[in-house]
Ligand binder design. Sequence first.
Ligand SMILES: Cc1cc2nc3c(=O)[nH]c(=O)nc-3n(C[C@H](O)[C@H](O)[C@H](O)COP(=O)(O)O)c2cc1C
Length: 335
Amino acid sequence: MTVDISTKYLGLELGNPLVASASPLTGDLDTLAEIEEAGAAAVVLPSLFEEQIEHDAWAIHDLYDYGSSISPEFFGPYMPEMEDYNTGPERYLETLRRAKDNLTIPVIASLNGMSPGGWTAYAKSMEDAGADALELNVYRVATDLDTPGEEIENSYIELVEDVRKAINIPLAVKVSPYFSSMAAMARRLVEAGADGLVLFNRFYQPDIDLDELRIKPDIVLSSPVNLRLPLRWTAILRGRIDASIAASSGVHTGEDVVKLILAGADVTMMTSALLKYGPSHVATVLFEMESWFAERDYVSIEQGKGSLSQASSSDPEAFERTNYMRSLVTFSSRP
Ligand SMILES: Cc1cc2nc3c(=O)[nH]c(=O)nc-3n(C[C@H](O)[C@H](O)[C@H](O)COP(=O)(O)O)c2cc1C
């Protein structure tokens, strides 16, 4: 196969468009080596959380332990030991330094929070520890009835501006799709200093344990159907914002990667499938993706990138409300 599968993300030259996204897998040095060996183009380390920085004693691994004890079927044999996982800022920076020493692919550090404040100073510490780029995950569930959407959006922007000012390395911002106007928000985030957007964060919804009659935090891994949301927004934003696009959620197969590239993604990110099938799954997905392009005589993935984005599509309305009506009508007229 002679397809050029290289791509550019956040100004970084990558060998291919498959990146391992933030999860416990990318917090373990041995697993990181396996992910690199299998061919991933870059890795995003698990997040350092605002709460970890603001409250030193807060131990994220308790949360993960809890999650894995209630859903063991979801984590399987590839979940690394959580004993020493991500227990505080200093250990995080040490893991980052060691990951940089051990790997040749770019290492992206991740900072996760929601409120502007002193904790964002760790962005600079991550840069100093050798991160090739920073991913800022803004994870906020807005529950206050008195706070209007604009105020919440402004706090996102302030946070991005603060982090942008603190570092010189590229900055990606990972967000959820839950804005009144995702498109306008995407543009504001880029204007505030994001070099790339990660579409999207998955919000983990709590469940109710009917035996114990209590709320339980339960992480459910994605399935390929979750691809549709990043697929739509990648296609809509491609060519309309001056930033890289990383598509995240529901990437499980080579065909998923192909779809997102045709929609306009610069890279695609994978967590659930790696937890399910292990690091070697990267090689399978890359092979499937490359075969698809080779069989159709593409010389590079760049050639196909964005060819089915909304801007390039012969059917731009397929990404909008018209498609909703059309889908319903087609569905109900099925035999
Ligand atoms: C167990 C687990 C831990 C995760 N930890 C983080 C994290 O620390 N920071 C982050 O930004 N995303 C985290 N994520 C979200 C993933 O990076 C990814 O965005 C999400 O799982 C959707 O991609 P997927 O469909 O490939 O799983 C985590 C996901 C899982 C399942």
